[in-house]
Write a protein that binds this ligand. Structure first.
Ligand code: SF4
Length: 472
């Protein structure tokens, strides 16, 4: 409904807990923002791996009866928004297979850039695929591995994959967590009593009372079994490429991602934005929820008071009945409502995290102006998005990204704002890397959707195509 990049997937795994499936359910509940189309859990009781997966929200899919059937002390789970592969139940995860190495279930966050080549080769060799998800490729490679031991077969199969992958895998007696050598997607390791927990974001650990220990390192394979944890680093080293968009928008603000508080980063993005794109105004208003932290930072730095001029409804389901008589901007109104008393007669700075097509921003500016604002200035806490993502984020084609073919002035006119200002790329990287003794460098982040500098080369015809200028 909102004009945003769509988050990819969230993964969760637990080993050594008597209520493994229940904990996984709760972990997925906390990760629901990372994918709302399907969810699934696989569990193991040491003898057999069982699975349940459905289309829909975590809370709607699993009930007590289903979770009771997912017995055992180890489990993995997945929430999915379709990226590679269309959205249907066959593409839902975990994917479970039984092969010469035994049963194995897999959950994947990310996108393999060489999935098509690997798949074509496997099909030539006789493999029959049940889904069009890129993740299934890894299972076929695993099933075909001649390695003697399960761990070696897992490493051999994953070593052939290129791209973004944070994986959790479950066999009857072990949980395996793997992060690609670039570290595109987050994957955290924690403890819950004697149990081990791995998950995309630390907010999932908070809900179940687990303690964050560290990130699974880029290029690390963690094998967790009754014998303890074994860490191996079988991949050749590669330049780091943490997805900066996790900090800009995807991750929950109460999570730690790439070792850093998302809320703290977003607030800093707002502070830097205020320095780079100052404006005379009476009130700073966030587009909730993702613009809140940046708006607080903008307000703090600029001295302009912060207020909630837009209220978001959190109870909008995926399906609703559209009124027969069309109501203008119904979709946005369903989610956001302006607070007229806050906006009337004011010069308003609206803070949002990003602009993709510009369609929602245009509606928000109109909504704020209709509520009585005398001026509406839009400030964006990230640079213009000009390139699509090939590493596990659902992005529109390049021609649909308004900033790929329009100047900032043109976009400002299109969204009918009195002024429009974006954070610079340097400012974004500074905000993410340089606060409070944080020791990352800007070269450790992927920012390809802003810069076009792809850390792993992909075949992208749209990168070179000349784009038409739309009239706005
Ligand atoms: Fe993240 Fe953008 Fe890189 Fe994709 S292209 S991984 S969304 S920073």
């Amino acid at each position: 409904m909102f004009d945003k990049f769509k988050d990819e997937c969230g993964v969760f795994g637990i080993f050594g807990h008597p209520e493994a499936a229940n904990m996984t359910y709760l972990g997925l509940y906390a990760l629901q923002h990372r994918g709302q189309e399907s969810a699934g859990i696989a569990s193991s009781d040491g003898k057999q791996v069982r699975i349940s997966r459905e289309m829909g929200y975590v809370a709607d899919i699993f009930d007590g009866e289903t979770l009771t059937k997912l017995s055992g002390s180890a489990a993995i789970g997945h929430v999915r928004y379709s990226t590679a592969g269309e959205s249907k139940l066959l593409n839902a995860q975990p994917i479970l297979i039984d092969c010469a190495h035994g049963e194995i279930a897999i959950c994947h966050n990310g996108n393999l850039v060489n999935a098509r080549e690997l798949r074509d080769e496997l099909v030539r060799q006789g493999s029959i695929f049940q889904s069009n998800s890129d993740t299934e490729v890894i299972l076929h490679l695993y099933a075909r591995s001649k390695a003697r031991y399960v761990d070696d077969a897992i490493v051999e199969s994953v070593s052939q994959a290129q791209g973004a992958f944070s994986l959790v895998m479950l066999t009857k007696d072990r949980l395996v967590a793997i992060r690609d050598p670039h570290g595109f997607r987050p994957l955290a390791l924690g403890r819950l009593g004697d149990a081990y927990v791995v998950c995309s974001e630390t907010c999932a650990m908070d809900l179940i009372g687990a303690t964050y220990e560290r990130d699974v390192e880029p290029g690390e394979v963690l094998i967790i079994s009754a014998d303890g944890v074994r860490s191996i680093k079988p991949f050749p080293p590669a330049p780091l490429a943490h997805c900066i968009f996790e900090h800009v928008y995807f991750a929950r603000p109460d999570s730690y991602v790439f070792g850093r508080s998302v809320n703290e980063v977003r607030t800093e993005l707002g502070r830097v934005l205020a320095r780079e794109q100052p404006v005379d105004a009476d009130v700073v208003v966030p587009v909730p929820d993702s613009g809140v932290a940046a708006a607080l930072g903008f307000s703090e730095e600029s001295g302009i008071p912060y207020d909630m001029g837009l209220i978001r409804s959190h109870y909008v389901g995926r399906t609703f009945i559209e009124p027969e008589q069309s109501i203008r901007h119904f979709g946005v109104k369903l989610k956001l409502n302006p607070v007229s008393d806050t906006l009337r007669g004011k010069r308003v700075v609206v803070i949002d995290d990003s602009i993709v097509r510009g369609t929602t921003s245009r509606k928000i500016v109109k909504m704020v102006r209709d509520a009585g604002a005398t001026e509406v200035h839009m400030r964006i806490s990230s640079p213009p998005i000009r390139w699509p993502c090939y590493y596990g984020i659902d992005t529109p084609t390049r021609s649909e990204l308004v900033a790929s073919s329009h100047t900032i002035e043109e976009i400002g006119r299109y969204i009918t704002a009195d002024s429009l200002g974006y954070l610079s790329q340097e400012g974004m990287l500074r905000a993410v890397t340089e606060t409070r003794g944080f020791d990352r460098t800007s070269s450790e982040f992927c920012h390809a959707c802003f810069s076009g500098e792809y850390p792993i080369e992909v075949a992208t015809p749209s990168k070179t195509r000349q784009l038409p200028l739309l009239l706005v």
